[in-house]
Unconditional design. Structure first.
Length: 228
C-alpha cells in the first residue's frame, strides 16, 4: 500500500478521552486500554503505522482532528449531522445508547421525567446536547468527564446523569446507591472521526475496519472488555 501521509510521519495519532470505560480508560499504572484503544492498535498495525495516543478532554479530541493535530478521534464518538459538518466519519463500528443514571428511589423513571430536574453530563457529548435541547441549558451541568458527573450525582448536586450505556453500566456497578434506568434516551452509532476531506486516510481506515469486522477481531476485542 502507498505511504499514508499522517500528522506525524510513521504514526497514527489518536485523540481520545481515556475516561470512558470500556471504550477507553487509563489503568492505575497509567496505561491506556479499552475497545477503542485495541481497535485503533489493530488498525494502525494494518496500516503499518505506530499508534500514538493523545489523551485529552472529549471536546478537545473532536477539535484535534478538525485542526489537523490528530489523525483520528476515537472516543466512542457518536455520528451526528452537526459533527458531519466539521469532520468526516469512518463506517460505524459500534452502537451506543444514551442512558439515564439516578440514585436509588428516584422519582425519575423515563426521559420525560427529566423535565424540571438537574442533569449531569460530560461536556461536549451528545448527552449534553440532547438534554440541553430538550430541557434547556440551565437544566444541564457539563462536567469534564463522566466519572465527575457520576460523583456529582452521588453528592446530590444533580438529579440524574445522562451518558452512554456502556460506561453507565460500569459507573453504576462501582457505585452502590445508583441505578441505571432500563429506558433509552437516544440510540446512536459510534465511528472514527477524521479531518474533512482526508479520503486517503478514510479509505485506509474503512478497509482496515472491514477486515477487522470480517475476521472476528473486532468482536473478540469487544468480548475482551464487555462480559455479558
Ligand atoms: N457518544 C457520546 C458522544 O459522542 C459520548 C462520548 C464520550 N467519549 C469519551 N471518551 N469521553 O458525544
Amino acid at each position: 500500500a502507498a505511504e499514508l501521509t499522517t500528522v506525524e510521519a510513521g504514526k497514527l495519532t489518536m485523540a481520545t478521552n481515556a475516561a470512558f470505560p470500556p471504550y477507553e480508560m487509563t489503568t492505575d499504572a497509567g496505561a491506556f486500554e479499552g475497545i477503542d484503544i485495541d481497535t485503533a492498535q489493530a488498525i494502525a498495525d494494518k496500516l503499518g503505522l505506530e499508534l500514538q495516543i493523545d489523551d485529552m478532554d472529549f471536546d478537545a479530541a473532536l477539535l484535534s482532528v478538525q485542526q489537523g493535530k490528530a489523525d483520528i478521534a476515537m472516543a466512542g464518538v457518536t455520528v451526528t449531522d452537526e459533527r458531519k459538518n466539521v469532520m468526516d466519519f469512518s463506517d460505524s463500528y459500534a452502537t451506543g445508547i444514551q442512558s439515564i443514571i439516578v440514585p436509588e428511589g428516584s422519582d425519575i423513571a423515563s426521559p420525560d421525567d427529566l423535565a424540571g430536574k438537574m442533569i449531569g453530563t460530560q461536556r461536549g457529548t451528545t448527552g449534553y446536547i440532547y438534554c440541553s435541547d430538550d430541557f434547556g441549558d440551565n437544566a444541564v451541568v457539563a462536567y469534564d468527564d463522566g466519572l465527575t458527573a457520576v460523583q456529582a450525582l452521588n453528592n446530590g448536586q444533580v438529579d440524574a446523569v445522562v451518558i452512554d450505556n456502556a460506561p453507565a453500566k460500569e459507573f453504576v456497578a462501582a457505585n452502590p446507591g445508583l441505578v441505571l434506568l432500563d429506558t433509552s434516551y437516544a440510540e446512536e452509532d459510534y465511528a472514527i472521526g477524521m479531518a474533512k476531506g482526508n479520503t486517503a486516510l478514510e479509505d485506509a481506515v474503512n478497509a482496515a475496519l472491514e477486515e477487522l469486522k470480517a475476521d472476528g477481531t473486532l468482536q473478540s476485542i469487544v468480548d475482551k472488555y464487555i462480559t455479558a
